[in-house]
Design a protein around this ligand. Structure first.
Ligand SMILES: Nc1ncnc2c1ncn2[C@@H]1O[C@H](COP(=O)(O)OP(=O)(O)OP(=O)(O)O)[C@@H](O)[C@H]1O
Ligand SMILES: [Mg+2]
Length: 273
């Protein structure tokens, strides 16, 4: 296969580029219609979902594909990877920063003008000027900032025309990590309650909450009532079945298998045994 052929195949979107590690997006995404269609229709009908499945099974890639699809229809989609986030202050700032500019500016102005916010809390208004915001200094003051900041967001989201789709990756892991670092169960419940309130008004927000341990498992483990999450029913991302796996591996790809970029059939059958 010549470089020209390869370029042509990429152009025709028939050649996938194998990638390892990070979630795949766009052309690198091999379609998984079962999960993608179910999630898109759930979200378009005003619902929310918790996505769970084994590590490395493709959950984040599915979320990215669903977000890409909804964006092509003109919807605002926000993807928040909570892995490594300093805390709920960061979560909030990142969410607001990725809203459409007019809404983001209104929220930031309201935050900046909120007389009850002082010191480090004031600096989150830097999100307005697109400056990098260091949220570490506010994470310890959860009780001071969570309610006032989230109420502003909620009030302005309600007045805003058009809903928002929010994808929160690794949320159970993030919340566990927060507890390990000393956050109280009450704080975690406050975060869950806010997210629930936001997604309960399907005019303002739908959410996908994702993690390999799953939200239900997290709540069980920490003895937190299930009703914090039962309005975002689980969607399981399972392994590919034999035919799907075969089709996936039979797609021409760069650098693997025989010269035409296909997995040799003997190798494929031994892999799928
Ligand atoms: N639909 C897909 N098309 C092509 N490759 C995929 C697809 N889904 C997953 N992969 C491959 O698997 C890897 C892991 O995918 P992804 O990060 O989406 O899984 P995950 O379930 O979110 O993993 P983790 O448990 O680490 O969060 C990707 O780097 C990619 O190599
Ligand atoms: Mg992932």
């Amino acid at each position: 296969m010549t470089a020209e052929n390869i370029a042509q195949l990429i152009e025709e979107k028939r050649l996938i580029e194998p990638k390892a590690g990070v979630p795949v997006e766009g052309e690198a995404f091999w379609n998984r219609p079962r999960e993608v269609v179910e999630l898109v229709s759930r979200l378009e009908n005003g619902g929310s979902a918790s996505l769970f499945g084994l590590r490395r099974i493709g959950k984040s890639s599915i979320m990215k594909e669903v977000a890409r699809h909804l964006r092509t229809k003109g919807h605002t989609c926000i993807f928040l990877n909570t892995e490594g986030m300093s805390g709920p202050g960061r979560l909030l700032v990142d969410l607001v920063r990725d809203l459409e500019p007019s809404l983001r500016d209104k929220i930031s102005t309201a935050w900046a003008n909120n007389g009850s916010l002082t010191g480090a809390l004031k600096q989150v208004a830097g999100v307005l000027k697109n400056e990098p915001v260091d949220t570490k200094s506010i994470e310890n003051d959860f009780r001071d900032f969570w309610e006032p900041l989230t109420q502003t967001v909620e009030g302005l989201l309600r007045k805003h025309d058009g809903k928002v789709f929010v994808f929160i990756d690794e949320l159970p892991f993030f919340l566990s990590d927060q507890m390990d670092k000393g956050a109280s169960k009450e704080n975690v419940i406050d975060i869950l309650a806010t997210l629930r309130r936001w997604r309960q008004d399907s005019q303002i927000m739908s959410q996908v909450l994702c993690g390999s341990i799953g939200m239900a498992g997290f709540l069980r483990r920490h003895d937190i009532a299930r009703d914090h999450n039962n309005d975002a029913p689980g969607i399981y991302v399972g392994p590919l079945n034999q035919d799907e796996a075969k089709n996936f591996w039979m797609r021409p790809r760069r650098g693997i298998g025989s010269t035409d970029g296909r997995m040799p059939s003997e190798l494929l059958s031994s892999m799928l045994q």
